[in-house]
Design a protein around this ligand. Structure first.
Ligand SMILES: [Zn+2]
Length: 262
């Protein structure tokens, strides 16, 4: 497929899961037409490893943020550090931030309030910096919608979207793109597939969320950016549009959102 070029809008390439063979992973990504990869931040101590990777490779792009999955690890002062880090390091977005209300992540009201406090502080930071947001919304799409309504003017993406079509429409109206991961390739992913079919192509992004969430063909394996092509093909089949057209528009959407110049 010589005409295709893709952007992996969300990949944790800095994770130790890639330490042993990161160069080969990047090589395979290039062979599979992945032109750019956006790397979200998760915890303050690990931001520098993203910085280092992005300094080594001009097609990798950094985001910095405090991920809700590790909210008990974050310290209050990490928010101040985030502000400083964004002032002194190039970044294409703030994130990964958001809410993860799976029972094991948010067992108590206190857990939920702690996640919300970190999330809202990052929304406020997006308001003042003008940077887009990379938002994680798991078992919490409705609360995410209600929360971002309190921060007018923000924009960004909802990564590995798992909400309903109705919620996706609301998020699009609030200035957000809907990012589709390999989860949609699973036969039972009815809700996501409905979203993929119905949202405007101008609001759709493609991501792997590697090393997590492999597509159906790679179930049980470590995910990697080279697998993004499978999600593209599944989206094309569902929407009855050409893979080239979807790749072109999704890449343009990512370029516009993250202000990628090349
Ligand atoms: Zn992620």
């Amino acid at each position: 497929m010589p005409d295709i070029s893709l952007i992996d809008a969300h990949c944790h390439l800095d994770f130790p899961a890639f330490d042993a063979d990161r160069d080969q992973v990047l090589q395979r990504a290039r062979e599979q037409h992945i032109q750019h990869i956006v790397i979200p931040g998760t915890q303050a101590p690990f931001w520098p490893r993203i910085t280092q990777l992005c300094e080594q490779h001009t097609h990798l792009h950094a985001c910095y943020g405090l991920h809700p999955y590790w909210s008990t690890q974050h310290r209050e002062q990490d928010l101040e550090s985030l502000k400083d880090y964004l002032d002194t390091h190039p970044a294409v977005a703030i994130g990964e931030c958001g809410l993860d209300f799976r029972p094991q992540q948010a067992a108590t009201e206190q857990d939920r309030q702690r996640q919300l406090a970190f999330f809202e502080a990052q929304l406020a930071l997006a308001q003042t910096t003008g940077l887009p947001l990379v938002i994680h919304a798991v078992h919490a799409t409705e609360v995410v919608i209600q929360t971002i309504k309190s921060y007018p003017g923000i924009h960004g993406m909802i990564h590995s979207y798992s909400g309903s079509l109705e919620q996706a429409k609301q998020l699009i109206d609030l200035g957000f793109c809907i990012s589709i991961s390999g989860a949609m390739t699973r036969e039972n992913a009815k809700k996501i597939r409905q979203v993929v079919q119905a949202i405007p192509l101008e609001k759709l992004l493609l991501e792997t969320d590697a090393p997590d969430q492999p597509d159906d063909k790679h179930r049980g394996q470590r995910n990697e950016p080279a697998f993004l092509l499978n999600t593209l093909m599944a989206v094309a089949e569902l929407r009855k549009e050409s893979a080239e057209q979807i790749a072109r528009q999704a890449s343009e959407n990512a370029r516009r959102l993250f202000k990628l110049t090349c």
